[in-house]
Design a protein around this ligand. Structure first.
Ligand SMILES: [Zn+2]
Length: 173
């Protein structure tokens, strides 16, 4: 399934641990970009399912696009998000609008490289090291359902930790 929400599970854990040093919006943006080829292929375009977008070369290129385009786009979206928050939800759901280049670059590369890593467990057609022909040792190591359950748990735990710490930080200030 293109643009699967499961990749967001580990991202929630990273966000809970790194807070403002990690941008979950840039990460999400990179998840959409890297699966665009798959989406077009599923819509009937005459291209490979994962192909070049799911190689180290492609993921590097997509990470560069993700932080260059993603920084201004995500900052505008976050600004809009903060403005549309109800006053009662402001403390808990307020998101930092400014994303530094350092955070944008870091989050984009974590986004595309972790995407390759997790997809490697699931998809037989991935050629991560293209043009080198190296067998994928991760394929089938964990069943897809176990992988999805772990991602869902990571997402739940990460979200709870994030909002709990957000609550205590707001309370302290
Ligand atoms: Zn993918």
């Amino acid at each position: 399934m293109p643009v699967t929400p499961f990749h967001m599970g580990p991202a929630a854990l990273i966000k809970a641990a790194l807070r403002n040093k990690f941008s979950i919006s840039i990460f999400s943006f990179s998840q959409v970009l890297i699966d665009l080829q798959l989406l077009f292929a599923m819509l009937g375009a005459d291209i490979e399912l994962h192909g070049i977008s799911h190689t180290l070369i492609g993921a590097t290129f997509i990470a560069i696009i993700s932080f260059s385009l993603g920084k201004p786009i995500c900052q505008s979206l976050l600004k809009y998000w903060n403005h549309s928050l109800a006053l009662s939800a402001k403390n808990l759901l307020f998101a930092q609008e400014f994303i530094s280049w350092k955070v944008a670059i870091f989050s984009a590369f974590i986004g595309t490289y972790s995407h390759l890593l997790f997809d490697s467990f699931m998809h037989a057609d991935l050629e991560v090291f293209y043009p080198l022909q190296i067998n994928n040792p991760l394929l089938g190591l964990i069943s897809i359902s176990n992988l999805h359950i772990s991602f869902a748990i990571a997402g739940l735990v990460g979200t709870i930790i994030y909002f709990l710490s957000q609550y205590f930080i707001q309370k302290r200030n």
